[in-house]
Design a protein around this ligand. Structure first.
Ligand SMILES: Nc1ncnc2c1ncn2[C@@H]1O[C@H](COP(=O)(O)OP(=O)(O)O)[C@@H](O)[C@H]1O
Ligand SMILES: [Mg+2]
Length: 254
């Protein structure tokens, strides 16, 4: 169980995330919605440790993560999609995924040097990397360098690396942003696949309400950094607070 308690961050006088208390159970997909600037990405950054909270706590399975570095939180089981800046742009897609699988397995087992295990590990690493590339539909690109990939394939690779980490918690922040109509369903299918594993907790920031309605078990709404609604998708989408928040976005855009 991932839990935030009174999680808060201030930027100068602005409270971007305001005392958010929420728990996310394994086997559930929670969509986080709210207008631009509501604090959704900042909430993720506080959970993953990219930003330091002004006050409040983050815990996973009862273990306090507050104060830990982002990489220590990753080891604890929090999976945040890699930014492309974390990749090796001149290595191939396959090499990047293999490295991610390797880092995860080494972290998990901390096994000693043993030639037989190194050999069998290499096979196991390659097999696992291959499975993941098939899963995210990047097999055809495995020998291309990351730098040469089109945008949509880079996003798929980000998901591949997230899967390679084998986290307990998957955090997706607008995973289909900037993708075309043909590419977006591939990512959403992946999220749908991940959802079948009832030991995983999934958090998804997504603007498209049809996507949210279909995928989410639960929706929470952030508005001006505050948690203003939490419940079943149909109920939350129909609530005045969501209707207003999205009407607000429409007004701003007009
Ligand atoms: N590093 C930062 N420094 C100052 N203000 C920030 C920083 N990061 C986010 N903010 C502010 O916090 C608020 C929430 O932003 P964000 O979490 O990106 O919103 P969302 O992801 O919901 O669109 C915005 O007002 C934004 O300008
Ligand atoms: Mg955002």
């Amino acid at each position: 169980m991932l839990e935030t308690k009174d999680l808060t961050i201030r930027f100068g006088g602005h409270v971007a995330v305001n005392a958010v208390s929420c728990a996310f159970a394994p086997g559930t997909l929670t969509a986080i919605v709210g207008p631009n600037g509501a604090g959704k990405t900042t909430y993720f950054n506080l959970i993953s440790g990219q930003l330091k909270a002004t006050s409040g706590t983050v815990s996973l399975d009862g273990r306090l993560l507050s104060g830990l570095s982002p990489s220590a939180r990753t080891h604890a089981g929090l999976g945040r999609a890699f930014q492309l800046t974390n990749l090796f742009p001149n290595l191939t897609v396959l090499e990047n995924v293999r490295l991610a699988v390797q880092a995860t397995r080494e972290g998990a087992h901390r096994r000693g040097l043993n030639l037989w295990s190194i050999w069998s590990d290499h096979k196991a690493l390659s097999t696992r990397a291959d499975e993941i590339l098939t899963q995210v539909k990047l097999k055809a690109r495995e020998h291309d360098t990351v730098a040469s990939l089109p945008h949509g394939d880079q996003r798929k690779l980000e998901v591949a690396l997230l899967i390679a980490l084998e986290p307990k918690v998957f955090m997706f922040d607008e995973p289909t942003a900037g993708m075309n109509a043909a590419e977006a369903p591939v990512i959403l299918d992946l999220v749908r696949e991940l959802k079948k594993d009832k030991t995983k907790t999934i958090l998804l920031v997504e603007h498209k309400m049809d996507v949210v309605r279909e995928l989410a078990d639960r929706i929470i709404v952030l508005h001006n950094g505050t948690l203003v609604a939490d419940g079943e998708p149909a109920e939350v989408i129909a609530s005045p607070v969501v209707q207003e928040a999205y009407l607000g976005v429409a007004k701003e855009a007009a």
